[in-house]
Design a protein around this ligand. Structure first.
Ligand code: NAD
Length: 407
């Protein structure tokens, strides 16, 4: 599998070939400010001790405290976390929120842990990282396989260690523990706002057909939101594979089916597909919302979608980007498309710092205002420098970070 950090650096190279930046800035932005690795010992339910490897990468904080999620996944390693931290720095700059970029993770398959073990691991991560965290230093959030409950365990552990009573060190917490209205659905809803702001520029009509890879927080919410706005979700998948129904899937019923059957396969009225086949289905809009490196040089030529909205981080490799660009398939890059999540996380941090609680309508309206504006700025940049939306988004973000760093 290709190294996500090398891919991220290739993206940086492609973007800065279109618009160059000072050499000294390029050197600084190409490596993280800090990489931390910790061992997290967990006494398992069967009485044996297991040691897990945990990470936090702090890429850049020129625009504000490091910000970014924590991923629990068996394939997570330092290179993945480094790439994700770099993308977070750019993403926060794209959304123009006062945050830098960081990311965390643990190499673990959380499905193999009991709830007690999961809580011990989560608290262990917060304990091991406590020195570098804090509302003015580094503010983590959920990512793949981490939940509001995990954030509340981590925040609680951090408060015990630091003696601080602030709730503002972790975002994505449950509502009754300092969470923000609208955070759960923010990435999916923000993705919809970005899509809606850009679709007419690429002749994508309302009610178009949509294929979504991933049925977690992001994919699941996106499916419901697109459906509620009149779009037809013709295929969905999770890690075990997907289902297709060209007449449109009933997402609520599919969720129920997945809950009772443990997989999507067999959903009435649908046919089963692999994740590889799903990416090649004819459709108007393809939404990768699972993991990185899904569309590569190998399958980019077979993608039949007319438009791609990257809600996952890094689902398209740079080689595939090139191939899709040549084929005229527009891609809304992750650092714009999924920036609603970190935007509302930042609102949560702000509410915690001020002791406020905003309504869901307020949160969504503020997010929409930001995403509409930034989508327009990035589209205009892509036209001005005659490139794709990814390179345009990189250039806008790099300009903002470079300015904050005094270049
Ligand atoms: P999640 O853990 O809630 O869901 C992940 C989904 O992906 C699950 O349905 C899982 O079955 C599926 N999946 C895993 N491996 C797969 C594979 N090989 N093929 C197909 N599906 C697979 O995670 P999430 O929070 O929904 O995150 C999904 C993506 O969105 C990640 O790339 C994440 O970094 C990105 N993202 C998340 C947020 C957020 O707010 N949660 C914000 C921005 C970006």
């Amino acid at each position: 599998m290709s190294n996500p950090f090398e891919n991220a650096m290739m993206q940086l190279k492609r973007a800065t070939a279109v618009q160059p930046f000072p050499e000294a800035f390029m050197k600084q932005i190409s490596s993280p400010n800090r990489e931390v690795r910790i061992s997290i010992p967990v006494m398992m339910d069967n009485g044996t001790l297991q040691v897990f490897e945990g990470y936090r990468v702090e890429h850049n904080n020129a625009r504000g405290p490091y910000k970014g999620g924590i991923r629990f996944h068996h394939d997570t390693d330092i290179n993945e976390v480094k790439a994700l931290a770099f993308w977070m720095a750019l993403k926060c700059a794209v959304a123009n929120i006062p945050m830098g970029g960081g990311k965390g993770g643990v190499t673990v398959d959380p499905k193999t842990l009991s709830k007690t073990e999961l809580e011990k691991l989560s608290r262990g991560w917060a304990r091991g990282m406590a020195d570098i965290l804090g509302p003015k230093k580094d503010v983590p959030a959920p990512d793949v396989n981490t939940t509001p409950e995990i954030m509340s365990w981590m925040n609680d552990e951090y408060m015990k260690i630091s003696g601080e009573t602030t709730l503002a060190t972790f975002t994505g917490k449950p509502l009754d523990k300092g969470g923000s209205e609208g955070r759960g659905a923010a990435t999916g809803l923000g993705g919809y706002y970005v899509f809606d702001a850009l679709r007419s520029k690429y002749n994508i009509a309302e009610g178009a057909s949509v294929v979504i890879q991933g049925f977690g927080n992001v994919g699941g919410n996106a499916a419901e939101i697109f459906l509620a706005h009149g779009y037809k979700i013709i295929a969905m998948s999770d890690s075990k594979g997907g289902v297709v129904n060209e007449a449109g899937l009933d997402i609520k019923a599919l969720e129920e089916w997945k809950k009772s059957n443990g997989a999507l396969a067999g959903f009435p009225g649908s046919r089963t597909v692999t994740n590889a086949e799903l990416l090649e289905l004819p459709c108007d809009v393809l939404i990768p919302a699972a993991l990185e490196n899904q569309i590569t040089a190998t399958n980019a030529g077979s993608v039949k979608a007319k438009f791609i909205l990257e809600l996952a981080n890094g689902p398209i490799t740079p080689e595939a980007d090139e191939a899709l660009y040549e084929r005229g398939i527009p891609v809304v890059p992750d650092i714009l498309a999924n920036s609603g999540g970190v935007t509302v996380s930042t609102f949560e941090w702000e509410q915690n710092l001020k002791g406020e609680h905003w309504t869901e309508a307020d949160v969504n309206a503020k997010m929409k205002e930001i995403l509409d504006m930034e989508s327009g700025i990035i589209y205009d940049k892509s036209v001005a420098v005659n490139t794709d939306l990814r390179r345009a988004a990189f250039i806008v973000a790099l300009e903002r970070i470079a300015k904050a760093m005094g270049y």
